[in-house]
Design a protein. Structure first.
Length: 116
């Protein structure tokens, strides 16, 4: 009788899952910013422009870089990579939001930018 290894089961599940996801159409939803003048827009503007791209975001990113150095000294590769990626996302949060399709150029003006 032939035995089935765990690795072959994992490979079959990944291939089957990839085929199912790739062949089944699904609707695409774009990120939408809150409407101008609403409370949600005020919170979004405060969080994105004042906190993440301001001094607080810089301090958080610098702390994450120092924490990544700490993990690198302790030879923890996973911790180093996670901290470095998170610091990079915070430093470049404006580009991340633009890549989602939305840029806030002024407090009250939206400019829609595509991915390319």
């Amino acid at each position: 009788m032939q035995t089935i290894s765990k690795m072959s089961v994992v490979v079959y599940v990944l291939i089957l899952g990839g085929l199912i996801i790739g062949l089944c159409p699904a609707p695409a939803f774009a990120f939408e910013a809150p409407a101008e003048g609403s409370f949600a827009f005020s919170v979004y503007d405060l969080f994105m422009n004042d906190i993440l791209t301001g001094a607080i975001g810089f301090v958080i990113a610098a702390g994450l870089i120092l924490y990544a150095i700490f993990w690198a000294v302790r030879s923890n590769v996973f911790g180093t990579i996670v901290c470095a990626i998170c610091a990079g996302l915070i430093i470049f949060i404006e580009e991340v939001v633009i890549s989602l399709g939305i840029s806030i150029s002024d407090i009250g003006t939206f400019t829609v930018i595509g991915l390319f």
